[in-house]
Unconditional design. Structure first.
Lengths: 347, 347
C-alpha cells in the first residue's frame, strides 16, 4: 500500500512503485508513460501511487533506453568578431529566440553552442538528437565534427559544398543581393563595389553572383573586395580604404557583413566624405549594429523568426519523419531603407 | 590488433578497445579520460587504437555513471507578451548570449527554456545540473518545479520570498529606481507616477521602495498604478489612460516594464499630449523596444553581459564549489537618457 512520500525520492525505482501498487513493473512503466494496454483505472492508480511515493523516472536511464536526448543544438560558426560586437551575437540570438519556441512545440530543448574555439569539446560531448548550423562555410569544422558523431544536421542557408549538401533553409541570398543593388542604383549610385568575406559561405557566393549579373546588365565595372571575417569592423575599414584608393569613382558599397559595413562608414567619414551623399552604404542583416550605426544602415529583413521555425521543423522531420525535404525556401527578404543610402530630401 | 575503422562505431564498447589494445577495460577508461595512473606511452597507444577503431564513448552511459549532465538551463518566467514583442525576448536573449559564453568557459552547455506554458514538460525532462532563472516572482512556478526535481537554481535578481531565498545576482533595483526618478526630476517633472506589474517581482518591489522614498523626500504625492504583465503594451496603455484621468497633473511616468512604457507613450500621444514636453516617460531595460519607440525611451544600462557571467559563475560555484556565496552584487546600473524624457534644446 502507498506509504507517505519518501525522503529520498531519487532512490526510488520502478520496482518500488510496482510493489506499492501491486502490479508488474511493465504495467507501471506503461501506465506512467501512457503506453501499452493498461486498464484506465489501473493507470490512474499507478500514477497516484507514484505521485504519493514521490517517484520520478531516472531520466538518464530512460535516455539510455530510448536513445533520445530530446535536445537539439543551435550552432554558429561565424567568428565572434563578426557575431559579437554591439549586436552581441545578434543574428544567432535572434534565431535562437524563435528557434527555442519552435523546438519546444516539438518537445525539444534548444542548446546554444557559441562561436568559440572552446566549443569543440562541447560539440563532442553534447547529448543531442540534431543540430541547426547557421550559415556554415564549405568544409565547416562544426558541421564535420557533428557529422562524425552521427548527429543529424540541417543548416540555415545552403552549405556551399559539392554533392552531399546538408538539408537547408534557402535564405534566397541572390534575391537579397538583387534588392540591395537595385536600391543603390535607384538612389543614384552608378559605381557600386562589393565587399564580402573570404570564407566560402553561401551568402557571399549568392551575393557575388547577384552582383556580377547586376554589373553585366548595366555595363558597370566589377569591383569586388574581400576581407577576413575574423578582423571584424577593422578589417572592413581597411578594405574600404584600399577600395577607395584604387577606385576613387566608387559611389556605392554593398557590404553584406554588418561589421564590415560599419567599418566602411567609418572609413568613408574618416576620409572627409559623406554617407550617403558621396558614398551610399548597404548591408544585409538588420540587427542592432545596422540600426545603431551613424547614419543607420540600410539592410534587409531576412524574416529570421520564420526562418528559424522552418529550420527546427526541417530538423525534426529529418530526425523523425518519413518525408524528408532537402530544401525549404524561406520567406522573401525585404528591403529596410535607411539614411546610409537614401538621399536626403531635396537632393 | 587495430582493425580498420568500424562501420557502426556506435556499437563499439570499451571492451573492444581493451581487446584491441591488449590492456584492461579500466586502463582504457583511465587513458581515454586522462584519469588514474596510466603510463604515458600506454595512454597514447590506447587513444590511438580507440581513434583507429572509431570508438566513441557512450555519453549517456557515462552520464548515468558520473551523474553529471554538463548542461545548465536558462529560464525566464516573464510572460511572452512582455518578453516578446519587437524586442523578441530581448532581455532573455541578451542574457543568453553572454551566459552561453560564460557557461562554455566552465565546460557547460546552455539550454534555453522559453517563457511558455508548454515549457513545463521540458522543465521536468531536461537533463541539467542547474538553472539560472531570470527575475523570478515570489512562488515562481518554474523555480518550484526545478527545486522539486532537486536542480540547483540561482536567479538574476532576488526572488522575493521569505527565508529560503535562492542564491542570486543583486540587480540593484533600488538604485535603478533612484537614478530614473532623479533624472525625471532634473528634467523638470514634479508629479511623477509609477506604473509597475502585478506580480511580486524584485524589480517592482525595489522600484516601489525607491519611489516611495523619493516621493517622501520631496513631499510628492504617491501615485502607483499596476497592470497585468500578460497584457503587454495594451495593458500599459489602459493603465496610463486611467492614471491621467485620475491624476491630470502628472508630468512624469516611470514604467519599468518596457512594454508598459511603450503603451504609456502611445496613450499620451493619443490624448494629444506630447512626450517629453507634457509628460516625460522612462523605462528600465534598454532593449530594442526602448530604442525603437517614438520618441526613443530613456532607460537604464543594466550591464547584462557582466550580470550573466556572474550568474553562471555563481551557479557553477553552487554545483561544484566549497565556497558558496548567497548574494553577488552586480555592476551599478547607469542611465541612458533619450528623447522620451530629455527636454528639447531651448526649453
Amino acid at each position: 500500500m502507498p506509504e507517505s512520500p519518501a525522503r529520498d525520492a531519487s532512490r526510488l525505482t520502478i520496482a518500488d512503485v510496482a510493489k506499492a501498487a501491486g502490479v508488474s513493473r511493465t504495467t507501471v512503466s506503461h501506465a506512467l508513460n501512457d503506453r501499452g494496454q493498461v486498464d484506465p483505472r489501473t493507470r490512474e492508480r499507478v500514477k497516484q501511487v507514484a505521485a504519493q511515493l514521490g517517484y520520478r523516472p531516472n531520466l538518464r536511464a530512460q535516455r539510455l533506453r530510448t536513445g533520445r536526448a530530446n535536445s537539439i543544438a543551435l550552432v554558429s560558426s561565424m567568428p565572434i568578431s563578426v557575431a559579437g560586437g554591439p549586436s552581441r551575437l545578434g543574428f544567432m540570438m535572434e534565431v535562437a529566440g524563435s528557434a527555442m519556441e519552435a523546438a519546444l512545440k516539438q518537445g525539444l530543448a534548444l542548446v546554444l553552442v557559441p562561436p568559440l574555439e572552446a566549443a569543440d569539446t562541447l560539440l563532442d560531448e553534447l547529448d543531442i538528437d540534431g543540430a541547426v548550423v547557421i550559415e556554415p562555410a564549405a568544409e565547416d569544422r562544426n558541421v564535420a565534427q557533428l557529422q562524425r558523431r552521427g548527429v543529424q544536421v540541417v543548416s540555415i542557408g545552403r552549405q556551399p559544398e559539392g554533392d552531399e549538401a546538408l538539408p537547408y533553409i534557402d535564405l534566397q541570398g541572390h534575391e537579397t543581393g538583387r534588392i540591395l543593388l537595385q536600391h543603390l542604383a535607384e538612389q543614384g549610385a552608378g559605381q557600386i563595389a562589393l565587399l564580402i568575406g573570404t570564407q566560402p559561405r553561401h551568402s557571399y557566393i549568392d551575393m557575388e553572383r547577384a552582383y556580377r549579373a547586376f554589373a553585366e546588365a548595366r555595363g558597370m565595372p566589377v569591383v569586388i573586395a574581400r576581407a577576413d571575417e575574423a578582423g571584424g569592423e577593422t578589417a572592413g575599414q581597411a578594405a574600404c580604404r584600399a577600395l577607395l584608393e584604387q577606385h576613387p569613382a566608387i559611389d556605392g558599397i554593398c557590404a553584406p557583413v554588418d561589421a564590415f559595413a560599419v567599418g566602411v562608414v567609418r572609413q568613408v567619414q574618416a576620409q572627409g566624405l559623406r554617407v550617403p551623399e558621396d558614398i551610399k552604404v548597404v548591408t544585409r542583416y538588420d540587427g542592432l549594429r545596422a540600426q545603431s550605426c551613424q547614419p543607420a544602415l540600410t539592410a534587409v529583413n531576412l524574416h529570421l523568426d520564420e526562418i528559424s521555425t522552418l529550420a527546427i521543423d526541417l530538423l525534426f522531420e529529418h530526425i523523425n519523419g518519413r518525408v524528408r525535404r532537402r530544401v525549404v525556401v524561406g520567406p522573401s527578404p525585404s528591403l529596410v531603407a535607411r539614411a546610409s543610402s537614401v538621399n536626403p530630401a531635396g537632393n
